[in-house]
Design a protein around this ligand. Structure first.
Ligand code: MSP
Length: 508
């Protein structure tokens, strides 16, 4: 069985989850569910990044112990994923004993291999991004994405010999055209790799920051948060799951602001460890607020994911997030964009189609779905249109192009809506002579909705369960494929539900 290991970034738990986090987690959840439905062996990993100065600072500002503070925020994240129907197989915390032991073991190994050395270092440090920055990156004395300017720091640090792996990284990225998706981001990194990148400072003096994993041979230093965080993609694999089984199938989902750490840092660490890198790195753009600027708390231009789920429904939010902003591009998520998706795609193209079809099956066939094969060219065409959607959606999902994949699905839904008007079952019902045509129309619509219910289940699991109950197929196994003319699908005892509440309520 083919394997798929999907990860989200492990989120800083200095606050509650926001829409940017929900965007990555919902994408990961949808592909995990879809590949699982298609029979693949899937492992979905997410978690919490608990160390570093950003967290220590936030805990101090909240007047709480750091441990208490992260425990509380981790609970918010876990709760948010439950509420948004995001079901990871494992939630890694970087404070897990097993993770700390893994990081210590990796450090010891790299130290013994001569990949780590100690030196005096002076540089500008951004707490917001948790990394040293270069003068070149600054605009008006600070990083554009930071509130505060970086701090000048001079201290003895342990360094990882990152520069040594530069040439290899450039070649690896060039040889593996699919490693970084979309490929534009690979070019950005290749440009950086064309010049020296230096070595990576991977320690902080415990005297300044004791919150972190101590170096195994030197307790006066703790591990740099990014070195610790990246290893969280591997540390859970040693316990319950075998590294050899999952690692070659690793697909990381990240935002473009953490592209450098996932390439320069992570590729060089993998190479030093003698393990092949992840299979794919899928890089998203940024969600923008209603004003077209990057969503952020300080601009107050965002939508809170849990508030949106309460207002519009969990499945509507999940759908709007994957459909509205193509992975890799920046895009606006606002109350208005979510409402448009709800009204147009969900309430009208899908919900209304289902209600009308169920109502007509009641009115004209006493609730029993006619068991027929299409007889007209148009009927056969509609049935044939559904079949390739399953594979096409899987292909899109493998490239993290869910918005595009679901556009094909929605096109099919729109085609079925056109067919309702074109076949006009209410006209056919007026004469006995059109009995076979009416059977065909009702069957074709029901069968089309059945396909839609399967295709949309990974995004809207709860709503599609409701829809399948309405269609009278709740007990049918949720098989991923659908073949045109598949006789298994023709069953003369399907009875649609006596009533179904509107699946999606339009908001105006
Ligand atoms: N802890 C690190 C990741 C370590 S992974 C080994 C981190 N955490 S984060 O909580 O700050 O960000 C997590 C993800 O959220 C990043 O991929 C980031 O790109 C994403 N987003 C943060 N704000 C965002 C938007 N406004 N829009 C989309 N995603 C953005 O970085």
């Amino acid at each position: 069985m083919s394997k798929y290991f999907v990860t989200t970034p492990i989120y800083y738990v200095n606050d509650r989850p926001h829409m940017g986090h929900a965007y990555a987690s919902i994408h990961a959840d949808v592909v995990a569910r879809m590949f699982r439905m298609a029979g693949r062996d899937v492992f979905f990993l997410t978690g919490a990044d608990e160390h570093g100065e950003k967290i220590a600072k936030a805990a101090a500002a909240a007047g709480e112990s750091i441990q208490g503070f992260v425990d509380r925020n981790v609970a918010h994240f876990k709760d948010a994923w439950r509420r948004l129907d995001v079901l990871p197989d494992h939630f890694i915390r970087t404070s897990d004993i097993q993770h700390k032991a893994y990081v210590a073991e990796v450090l010891q190994r790299l130290y013994e291999q001569g990949e780590i050395y100690s030196a005096e270092y002076e540089g500008l440090y951004s707490i917001g991004q948790e990394r040293f920055v270069t003068e070149k990156e600054l605009v008006d004395g600070k990083l554009p994405e930071d509130k505060d300017p970086p701090l000048l720091r001079k201290e003895t640090n342990y360094f990882f010999r990152m520069e040594k792996h530069r040439q290899w990284m450039a070649e690896y990225i060039e040889r593996n055209a699919k490693l970084i998706n979309p490929p534009g981001f690979a070019n950005e990194i290749l440009q950086l790799l064309a010049e020296p990148i230096g070595d990576l400072s991977i320690s902080r003096p415990a005297s300044r920051l004791s919150w972190g994993i101590p170096f195994p041979w030197d307790e006066t230093h703790v591990v740099y948060v990014w070195f610790d965080a990246l290893l969280s993609y591997m540390s859970p694999l040693t316990r319950e799951r075998s590294f050899a089984h999952w690692w070659p199938a690793a697909n990381h989902l990240i935002g473009k602001d953490i592209l450098r750490t996932h390439t320069l840092f992570w590729l060089s660490i993998c190479h030093a460890l003698g393990v092949p890198p992840y299979a794919r790195l899928h890089v998203s753009g940024h969600l923008l607020g209603f004003d077209g600027r990057k969503m952020s708390k300080s601009l107050n231009n965002g939508v809170d994911p849990l508030a949106a789920a309460d207002k519009y429904g969990v499945d509507t939010l999940r759908y709007a997030l994957i459909k509205e902003v193509r992975f890799g591009n920046d895009g606006i998520i606002s109350e208005q964009t979510i409402e448009q998706r709800l009204n147009n795609d969900l309430a009208s193209d899908i919900g209304n189609l289902a209600s009308r079809t169920i109502a007509m099956i009641h009115r004209y066939r006493a609730g029993i779905v006619p068991a027929v094969e299409p007889i007209t060219q148009r009927g056969r065409e509609l049935q044939a249109m559904a079949a390739p959607l399953f594979d096409r959606l899987l292909e899109c999902a493998a490239e993290m192009r869910l918005a595009q994949g679901y556009e094909y699905v929605l096109e099919y839904a729109r085609e079925l809506n056109r067919y309702v008007n074109e076949s006009a079952p209410w006209e056919l019902a007026k004469s006995e002579g059109n009995c076979a045509r009416l059977d065909e129309a009702l069957y074709t619509l029901h069968n089309g909705l059945r396909a839609l219910s399967v295709l949309l289940t990974p995004v809207m699991p709860a709503k599609m369960t409701e829809m399948r109950a309405g269609l009278g197929i709740a007990r049918e196994p949720l098989a991923w494929k659908m073949h045109p003319g598949d006789n298994d699908a023709i069953n003369d005892s399907i009875r649609v539900a006596s009533q179904m509440a509107p699946l999606f309520k339009r908001l105006s």
